[in-house]
Write a protein that binds this ligand. Sequence first.
Ligand code: NAG
Ligand code: NAG
Ligand code: NAG
Length: 978
Amino acid sequence: MRAFLKMKRQLISLFALLLAATVPVFVRSLNPSLSDDVLGLIVFKVDIQDPKGKLVSWNEDDDSPCSWAGVKCSPKSNRVSELNLDGFSLSGRIGRGLLQLQYLRKLSLAKNNLTGTISPNIARVNNLRELDLSENGLSGAIPEDFFRQCGSLRVISLAKNKFSGKIPDSLSSCSTLASINLSSNRFSDSFPLGIWSMTGLRSLDVSDNSLEGEIPEGIKGMNNLRAINLGKNRFSGKVPDGIGSCLLLRSIDLSENLLSGSLPGTLGQLSLCNYLNLRKNSFSGEVPGSIGDMKSLDSLDLSANRFSGQVPSSIGNFQWLKVLNLSANGFTGSLPESMVNFANLVVLDLSQNSLEGDLPAWIFKSGLQEASLSENKPSEHINNPFSSLKGSSFEKLEFLDLSHNAFSGEIASSIGVLSSLHLLNLSRNFLIGPIPATIGELKVLDNLDLSENRLNGSIPLEIGGVISLNELKLAKNFLSGTIPSSLENCSSLSTLIVSHNRLSGLIPAAIAQLTNLQNVDLSFNNLSGNLPKQLANLPHLLSFNISHNNLQGELPAGGFFNTISPSSVSGNPSLCGSAANSSCPVVLPKPIVLNPNSSSDTTSGSLPPNLGHKRIILSISALIAIGAAAIIVVGVISITVLNLRVRSSTSRSAAALALSAGDDFSHSPTTDANSGKLVMFSGEPDFSTGAHALLNKDCELGRGGFGAVYRTVLRDGHPVAIKKLTVSSLVKSQEDFEREVKKLGKVRHSNLVALEGYYWTPSLQLLIYEFVSGGSLYKHLHEGLGGNFLSWNERFSIILGTAKSLAYLHQSNIIHYNIKSSNVLIDSTGEPKVGDFGLARLLPMLDRYVLSSKIQSALGYMAPEFACRTVKITEKCDVYGFGVLVLEVVTGKRPVEYMEDDVVVLCDMVRGALEEGRVEECVDGRLQGNFPAEEAIPVMKLGLICTSQVPSNRPDMGEVVNILELIRCPSEGQEELE
Ligand SMILES: *[C@@H]1O[C@H](CO)[C@@H](O)[C@H](O)[C@H]1NC(C)=O
Ligand SMILES: *[C@@H]1O[C@H](CO)[C@@H](O)[C@H](O)[C@H]1NC(C)=O
Ligand SMILES: *[C@@H]1O[C@H](CO)[C@@H](O)[C@H](O)[C@H]1NC(C)=O
């Protein structure tokens, strides 16, 4: 038995292969015992792909196919009578296997992906009654003799394929055909005339092809016809009177052809017809009154023709009518009263005609869902369209378009009862008055267009209640007031057009919450203020027109705004940014205004017109934001930390050399090849104690990036500080060194430590400085020198004196490069004296690495541009260091504090506190509240400004001095400015 089955399977496979090319008769004679049906179906299966495995039940070992998927057998003959494989996702070609199925009555392969042409004899099956190949990818022309032997075929559908060429004339020889569906193919040429005499035909659908021809008078013989669809072709000529004889017609679709002439009066005889679509032809003349006899109509579309005259009052007879589209014709006069009888109307489109008169009240009384009366041409203003909103059954209205008419009056607040409205278009009328607040009750409204009217008042806050809103168009009215921020509730909003009104105030930041926004037009209003930065986050913007307003400040950066067109922003004189074609004075937008008369730390955006009276306003470069968080460049920290290790080995060998040179300090000025050259700028060099003290460890005052400092006393008892440079290998030639040192020696200021002389040998350089007795600011602040902490007044003097010294240095074209609290010395009177200035000039080149490692060794004072090779180092790096110093003096905290698991950067901390409105808490607790807040807060703000990341945003030291003086003496400052 097994062996037999195996042999059978092999045989079938062999036949299947053979069958693709040979005739079936041959196969049958080979093996008459095999079921023809199994064989035919298996062969069919071999030819197609079955990606979803719908045909797995088709097993060649079965004796009967009757239980296979999609297969039905006739109970009498036990032969296959129906094959229904609709939607099986099959692809490939329809092979010849099906020709085996002699008893097949119905073949349906619709909704698959079958391709290729169809074989001329697929339908040459005597018994086939129904053939449905619709919705596949079949192509090519239908062979002319395809229908020659169509036997008892009753239904054929080839719809939605890619068949082309002419419809074969042979089709009309299939006299048994009741239904022909050839729609949505590429058939062209003339439509076979024979079809018009197929009197048994009930349904003819050839829509959506490119067929030509006229409908002959002979159509009157087709008295079984129930549905005819010739839509979307090129049929031309008139509709013959004969159509009125097809009394069973229920559906007539002649839309989108080239038909012309007037409608035959005989149409009225089609009293069973419920669907008549004549859209987009060239029909003309008046619609015959007899049309009213088509009493079963539920859909009438006469749109986009050239009908003229009055709408016949007989249409009031259409009591079942659901859809009436008369749009885009030349209908005139007023609507017939009889239309009040429409009890079932759902869709009414009368747009684009020349109708006149009032809006009929019945529009709101029926169960209408869509009503468009747009673009009619009334001769005079029509009354308020909503006067009649007092019935009860208008809650179904979803779509109301009354645009482009001459409606006048106010929009009644009863509009709120139209609770199902999705679209309300009242644009281009003469409506006046305000937008009623009840608009907010339209919860499902997604499209509101009130543009081009004469509406005034403001946009009601209640607009935020229209939560489904997608498009809001209010352009070209007289609306005033602000754009309500309640719009943020309309989260689906994609189009917002309020241009050409009188809107004022700020653009609410809430708009930036509307992430679906695509098209925004706010142009031609009086909007003012800055644009909310967050607008740049809107992900779907396609257009954003804010031209011709009074907006100011900077355009948002990023997103859509990087590519916004200049025309969208023009006409705002104070707006800046690249698209606005004017560069912004400041990079960051939030201006800081120092108010020395106020202890409040709020930053104010409004600048008083008179600069002198109450407030002190920084110059443009100082008007900068402090909002943006400072980025402490990691590289800066790491470089600085690396270089905390001073070169101790070099110091030691240098010290040894200095010892041996010691005795020669007593000659002046002296040049000695062994001992070096000593120069004192003022008077006699006079070292009483000699050089041994110079290098006495006990006399060491401190060490810095450039070397150790020692105290010694001149013979006249005048003490000096001597700095032994530890960077000798980097120092320039003697000539250069001397030139630079002499220059530094000329710099004299009461707040600078004076350079009094120098000593030179190729391997050792000493700088001789004025000795300042009070210790460094660092020690005062952080080591509590003498147990006393600095008072507020002392701190202020130190800040001011330091600022003056830097201003003086900058005037002399000297950059300090190394401002930090350990370089600020305090003299006996409490005045600060800044030392260590300009030493970088002694180096052969201002190498940044050298600068940052040798000089800026003090963590936290270094301006961020040091880490950035492309930014030029200017005196603004001193301003940065000064800013840090200011904060250090006020808060008593180090620029960078290492906590257990955290690093606190002073300026970030103060900046954060300022933003949170608690900057006062930053002031050194050791002052125990003994400080005037009206001085301390502006001073801290000034410190923050000085530590701006962008050098150009830092004020220059001259300005800083002025500001500080104003802060300290507000009353004097006022007098001066007046
Ligand atoms: C139909 O077949 C074509 C060609 O094999 C393929 O590109 C297409 O995706 C298929 N379509 C469907 C709906 O399976
Ligand atoms: C013709 O076939 C198409 C596609 O299957 C179908 O949508 C249409 O309703 C059919 N026409 C008629 C009159 O049945
Ligand atoms: C009425 O017909 C016009 C033109 O054919 C069409 O654009 C419009 O969408 C139709 N109206 C409705 C409500 O379907």
